[in-house]
Design a protein around this ligand. Structure first.
Ligand SMILES: [Zn+2]
Ligand SMILES: [Zn+2]
Length: 290
């Protein structure tokens, strides 16, 4: 199973020189099992993935399962720019999302309506299917995908993909904290306990892709915004027994050097727990094998 990050930035694209090492495109992750393509979120990184698929599949048809966590801009903005949706009627894209707030079909229609976008939705020739998702499991090709509600304003779903090769959990836009985390006064790290249902959802993942947008200090003024301190993301991964943690949804204000510092702090915390968890910052273009 191959995982590739196409967009790792949170909230809005940030094409500035100081953050191009980790990347400025918003959320999009591809998981590949043989010829099966699974995509998590359609931020601006989705456009680059479309270019790659066009190039790779050339005259062959492209088909993919696309899971959309929620409809905030940074998770849907790439849809009108995804080339394979326009190319040919044989291309087939199966979208999975919850319509608790709105159906994705309607979101796409509204997103491309005048005066927001100049191309009519009917120009998309590919077959589009929309599957309703709620908490539970779906079996697709050789994998099962479990969906769960996360803690985020207006709702957001996380996805747990299980295959024979391993387990990948995509859980971004998620405020893990049950209560404000307090700085540890005696300098001794104390594991922050996450919701049991969330821990179970992440349990024994080979790779957890998790929201770690803030530092502890930033989080104190941003409670209720639906994102997590990177150190709390570490604690979630540790208590769930995840093997690798990709800190994801980097804050638009965080330059590359600051993200490096965040990861150093995460490593120190892991060491203090005597855990074998491996943590790194998700980077645009990064590929992993599970
Ligand atoms: Zn987001
Ligand atoms: Zn969001």
């Amino acid at each position: 199973m191959r995982i590739k990050f196409w967009g790792v930035r949170g909230s809005t694209p940030t094409p500035q020189p100081e953050n191009l090492r980790y990347g400025g495109n918003t959320s999009c992750v591809e998981v590949r099992l043989g010829d099966s393509v699974f995509i998590f979120d359609c931020g601006t990184g989705f456009r680059s993935l479309g270019q790659q698929l066009r190039h790779e599949f050339n005259s062959r048809t492209v088909s993919a399962h696309i899971f959309v966590s929620h409809f905030h801009w940074d998770h849907i903005q790439g849809i009108p720019f995804f080339g394979p949706l326009y190319d040919k009627p044989e291309n087939r894209f199966i979208f999975h999302s919850s319509s608790r707030t709105r159906s994705l079909k309607r979101v796409m229609e509204e997103q491309m309506a005048s005066p927001y976008f100049p191309v009519d939705l009917n120009e998309m020739k590919a077959k589009r299917e929309f599957h309703e998702l709620d908490e539970g499991r779906v079996s697709l090709d050789d994998v099962t995908v479990q969906a769960a509600w996360l803690n985020h304003p207006q709702g957001c779903m996380g996805f747990r993909l299980e295959s024979k090769q391993g387990v990948v959990v995509y859980a971004t836009d998620n405020e893990v904290e049950l209560e404000p985390s307090r700085p540890e006064s005696d300098g001794q790290a104390k594991l922050r306990i996450a919701r049991p249902a969330l821990v179970k959802f992440v349990r024994n993942a080979d790779l957890l892709i998790a929201d770690g947008q803030y530092t502890d200090t930033e989080y104190t003024s941003k409670q209720g915004w639906g994102h997590t301190s990177c150190l709390t993301a570490v604690d979630l991964a540790v208590q769930a027994g995840a093997k690798h943690l990709a800190i994801f949804h980097h804050d638009p204000a965080h330059a590359d050097s600051f993200v490096d510092e965040i990861i150093e702090n995460c490593r120190r915390r892991i060491k203090s727990f005597d855990s074998e968890l491996i943590v790194f910052a998700a980077r645009e273009g990064m590929e992993l094998e599970v």
